[in-house]
Design a protein around this ligand. Structure first.
Ligand SMILES: NC(=O)c1ccc[n+]([C@@H]2O[C@H](COP(=O)([O-])OP(=O)(O)OC[C@H]3O[C@@H](n4cnc5c(N)ncnc54)[C@H](O)[C@@H]3O)[C@@H](O)[C@H]2O)c1
Length: 273
């Protein structure tokens, strides 16, 4: 059931690939809350994924864009305003990819060409997105921009590889742009640090199944799933959070503030016995 939290709002959602995607769940939830949206992903993702089903379900037009291309992103903001009939009230950056992770190259032996790609796709794309929106003056006053991140940006996490560096940069871009955008246009920019989640990107992280189990035991409320993340994102897109900006907001069942739990100790005990 929706609460009409995004009634009359226009948004752009980047990164829905399939039903597991966090962006997919976010688009469904935004639609339920009364928003009109444009969906965007790469040409390849549009061919391989099932975005057309989501577009049909939510009545959203699709504009293809490679998030590493400033021109593509500019087109999304221009087309987005035209298709939705006005300035944009919310944007979701739900994009991440590391060729080093995909090819199982360990952190101590990174391929630097791949590292550049990881940073370009997973972090610099956020700068380009905000810059393209700025140059096209696409965002409405009090618009809300959210990008997804992970705790590995702040705490070394085995297996997350160069995505940790990309996420640290992403979080910094959110703060730096938040300062400029807040002053100039009253636009807010935040990152949401989500629990490990079984999606296409998530399943690429080495040891993901074990990571999910341990995170579950280390989170007082348990891991947050993609639907719950979508609900949190809706609150950040709504008018109820207008003065929240430049924050990294944890949506992880309490994991980020937990040192140790009894359940995790029991898990270690079972292994040691
Ligand atoms: N799954 C997790 O455990 C987890 C946890 C915390 C944060 N996140 C973050 O959530 C976001 C969404 O990931 P997800 O878990 O829903 O996985 P996903 O695989 O469904 O989404 C990743 C998206 O990035 C898109 N993408 C890749 N390269 C692109 C490019 N050049 N241009 C445009 N789009 C491109 C993909 O097509 C895909 O839609 C990512 O930023 C991810 O790092 C995921």
């Amino acid at each position: 059931m929706g609460y009409g939290l995004l009634k009359g709002k226009r948004g752009i959602i980047f990164g829905a690939l399939n039903e597991q995607s966090i962006a997919w769940k976010a688009a469904e939830r935004c639609h339920e809350e009364g928003a009109a949206m444009v969906l965007s992903n790469t040409e390849v993702a549009l061919r391989m994924g099932t975005l057309s089903a989501l577009a049909e379900q939510t009545g959203s037009p699709v504009v293809a864009a490679d998030a590493t291309s400033f021109e593509d992103l500019t087109r999304v903001f221009e087309e987005g305003q035209r298709l939705l009939g006005g300035k944009i009230d919310f944007v979701l950056h739900s994009i991440g990819m590391s060729p080093n992770v995909r090819k199982n190259i360990p952190y101590e032996a990174l391929n630097y060409g791949y590292l550049s790609k990881t940073l370009d796709i997973s972090a610099v794309s956020f700068h380009k997105m905000l810059s393209a929106a700025h140059r096209t003056d696409a965002l409405a006053p009090w618009a809300s921009v959210v990008a997804l991140t992970y705790i590995a940006a702040e705490k070394a996490t085995i297996g997350y590889n160069d995505m940790a560096d990309a996420k640290a940069l992403l979080q910094s871009i959110a703060r730096s742009f938040g300062l400029i955008y807040g002053k100039e246009k009253k636009v807010r920019i935040n990152t949401v640090s989500q629990s490990p989640t079984m999606t296409t990107a998530g399943s690429g992280v080495s040891g993901m199944t074990r990571l999910l189990r341990v995170a579950e035991e280390m989170s007082p409320l348990g891991n947050a799933d993609a639907e719950e993340c979508a609900g949190y994102i809706v609150t950040l897109f709504s008018d109820l959070t207008r003065k929240v900006t430049m924050q990294n907001l944890y949506h992880d069942g309490g994991f980020s503030s937990t040192g140790m739990t009894l359940e995790a100790l029991d898990m270690f005990d079972k292994v040691c016995d």
